[in-house]
Design a protein around this ligand. Structure first.
Ligand code: C2O
Ligand code: CU
Length: 419
């Protein structure tokens, strides 16, 4: 399966090159000369080793734990992460979800590197210059691998922080919410930043109770002038992150996935039936920086029958085709690209483009009126149309897919290439 994807990808690149586009090293040539250590970005200042293995309880773990170790760095660090695979027969890679790395660090097997097989290793290196909340996960058999536990937090903190700054990854195994490690107790008046991370394949609803809070950032990008809100629920799409800031009004105990105190407290679920904060109308607006688009694509998400295997099965399709048969979308460096994403199916598709953040223009015909919203993960609900745009400023071959990982596995995955 992986091999066939690789050959089809190589064929696409040949096609693109043959069609008179400027040639660039395609994944196949990069594949042959796959570097063990990435391009020199300077001496690493933070080194980590993540070893994937099957834990005693059957989970797939990095360094024996689920979630894997939190990789915490500071803006300006050069990160070096050595990935080793002890015994995961499906192979392992590291994808830095939401962190816009150079393409050869993106961790997509068959596209930017080979999967690391048992006994193998791969060294990732990149500069941490995008402050924010991210996560990492395997992209090899990612449907199974992430569900079994091969994921963890990546947080890039600014050089100075005040107060308490904690990450709160939420993931379900079966229907048990996995707790993150205990952090401690904070005094009243302490500024708190909670980094909420949805590592699941479905939407999670959060409630911050007992006091006002702000949503300071979404998907690793600060919002402009977010006002305090209270009694609002937050809906995090699969893969999405919200940074919530608040001042602890009473003794606040930060423990596991929940922040316990008389008030405020955070719970992932169940939550009161409060109105959901709409990020498209939150924060100070500023005009869309582009008046025209160099290229526009439409992605129609639907369901179809896949007749290629021995038995027919349902596929999740984009423009009537399923991976690996969805044509690659080709852009040129510097272009402003618009995507119109139409969900004609009956289920939610959390969309995720690698290597870029997209600016939300409109959702279901309603223009975004809040702070410019730069996302890497967003829920396209049944019947909805989203219009988003981005600058093609990160050359390479990028995955563009539904982050409900079983959907991606069942066809809802395509690629963006630079000519
Ligand atoms: Cu979070 Cu293509 O992945
Ligand atoms: Cu989907």
């Amino acid at each position: 399966r992986q091999f066939s994807r690789l050959t089809s990808m190589a064929a696409v690149v040949a096609l693109v090159a043959g069609a008179g586009f400027a040639t660039r090293p395609g994944p196949s040539s990069r594949h042959e000369h796959a570097p063990l250590v990435a391009a020199n970005v300077g001496e690493p200042t933070k080194r980590f080793t993540l070893t994937a293995s099957i834990a005693r309880d059957g989970a797939w773990a990095f360094n024996g734990q689920v979630p894997g170790p939190e990789l915490a760095v500071t803006v300006g660090d050069v990160l070096e992460v050595t990935l080793r695979n002890k015994d995961i027969s499906r192979g392992v890679t590291l994808h830095w979800h939401g962190y816009d790395v150079p393409n050869d660090q993106d961790g997509v097997p068959g596209v930017t590197q080979d999967a690391v097989m048992p006994g193998g290793e791969f060294v990732y290196r990149f500069r941490a210059d995008q402050a924010g909340t991210y996560w990492y996960h395997t992209h090899s058999a990612s449907d199974i691998g992430v569900r079994k536990g091969l994921y963890g937090v990546l947080v890039v903190r600014p050089t100075s922080i005040t107060g308490v700054d904690v990450t709160v990854p939420v993931h379900t195994l079966g229907n048990v919410l996995l707790p993150s490690p205990t952090v401690g107790t904070v005094a009243p008046g302490t500024p708190v930043r909670l980094r909420l991370i949805n590592t699941d394949s479905t939407t999670h609803r959060y409630a911050v109770t007992g006091g006002p809070f702000r949503v300071a950032a979404i998907d690793g990008r600060d919002l402009d002038d977010p006002s305090p809100v209270r009694d609002k629920a937050l809906l995090l799409p699969a893969g999405g992150r919200y940074d919530v800031t608040l001042v602890a009004p009473a003794a606040l105990h930060v423990d596991g996935r929940a922040v316990w105190s008389s008030s405020p407290s955070l719970s992932a679920s169940p939550s009161p039936s409060w109105p959901v904060l709409d990020p498209l109308s939150y924060g100070a607006p500023s005009p869309v920086p582009w008046s025209r688009f160099d290229r526009s694509f439409t992605l129609v998400l639907d369901r179809g029958l896949d007749l290629r295997g021995l038995l027919p099965r349902y596929a999740h399709t984009v423009n009537g085709a399923a991976d690996p048969d969805i044509p690659v979308q080709v852009v040129r460096r510097g272009e402003v690209v618009r995507f119109t994403i139409v969900n004609r199916s009956l289920v939610v598709h959390p969309w995720h483009l690698h290597g870029h953040h997209v600016l939300v223009l409109s959702r279901d015909g309603k223009a975004a009126t809040g702070s410019p919203l730069w996302l890497d993960s967003f829920d396209v609900l049944p019947g909805e149309v989203w219009e988003v745009a981005f600058v093609a400023d990160n050359p390479g071959m990028w995955a563009n897919h539904c982050h409900n990982l079983p959907h991606a596995d069942a066809g809802m995955m395509l690629h963006l290439a630079y000519a």
